[in-house]
Structure formats: structure tokens, C-alpha cells
Design a protein around this ligand. Structure first.
Ligand SMILES: [Zn+2]
Length: 146
């Protein structure tokens, strides 16, 4: 899913969060984390290219799937379970719960939009296959992974 789609959906969902909770803090953290979750693409880019960063090359790198390893450390169903437990244990702390909401909607939308397996968004599955994209994504799918 593209950045503009994540921004639009984060806006809508965070407005709903504000409507239901009355908390600007919770809505803001939800909004930001729903977009910023994709910063893990920057980590993968830097792992491939070093600290030399070019924004055009960055988007081509992912759109053309030129990567040989895809870690995407923030994209994982496992983190949602941990964040939910932490939210509960912290008495629904605004920061932790906002990140849980933002990451949850982001990951669900990525799964629905990018034709993929459920396991594609499991960090430990990707780890088990050495972060090899050949085992992560389905063939003949839409080439849109951001
Ligand atoms: Zn994403």
C-alpha cells in the first residue's frame, strides 16, 4: 500500500479513535504510527545501500523489488500481540495503545492491499526463511509493497 493511502486511512481511523475516545493524544499517536510503520523500509534500504540515500532510488528499489533480503522489522503480526498485551498491562497507556491501533490498521491494510500470504507479514516466518523475498511474496501479484 502506498504512503498516500496509509495517510488517508490513518486519518479516517484516527478520526474514529478520537470520536470514540475523546483523546487527541491517542488519535495523534494512532495517526503517526499508522504512517511511520513503513520507516522499516528505510532500514532495509540502508542495509542494502549503506547510508547513501536517494529518495527516487529508494522508491524504485521497492517498487521494482530489487532487494535480496526483506526484513521489514515493524511489519509483524507478532508485534500486534505484544503491543496489545503491553496496552492492557499499562492500563491502556496512550502511547502504547496508539501504536497498537496504528500498527494494527497499517498491517491489516497492507495484507489486504498487497496480494500476499498471511505469513508474509509474520516477522518470525520471514526470519525462518532468511528474509528471502522468494519465500515471502506470492508470484504474479501487484508490485506495490509500501
Ligand atoms: Zn507497510
Amino acid at each position: 500500500m502506498q504512503l498516500k493511502h496509509h495517510a488517508a486511512m490513518s486519518t479516517v481511523i484516527s478520526a474514529g479513535v478520537y470520536y470514540l475516545s475523546g483523546s487527541w493524544g491517542l488519535a495523534t499517536v494512532s495517526f503517526l504510527s499508522g504512517i511511520l510503520m513503513d520507516l522499516d523500509h528505510v532500514i532495509d534500504y540502508v542495509l542494502h545501500h549503506g547510508t547513501r540515500f536517494n529518495i527516487k532510488d529508494f522508491f524504485r528499489f521497492f517498487m521494482e523489488e530489487r532487494y535480496t533480503r526483506l526484513t521489514l522489522i515493524f511489519h509483524g503480526w507478532e508485534w500486534l500481540i505484544i503491543l496489545f498485551i503491553l496496552s492492557w498491562l499499562t492500563g491502556w497507556d496512550i502511547l502504547v495503545t496508539g501504536v497498537f491501533i496504528g500498527f494494527s490498521q497499517h498491517l491489516i491494510l497492507d495484507k489486504l492491499y498487497n496480494i500476499s500470504r498471511f505469513s508474509s507479514y509474520s516477522f518470525f516466518y520471514r526470519l525462518s526463511v532468511g528474509f528471502d523475498p522468494e519465500f515471502i511474496y506470492l508470484k504474479n501479484r501487484k508490485r506495490d509493497v509500501l
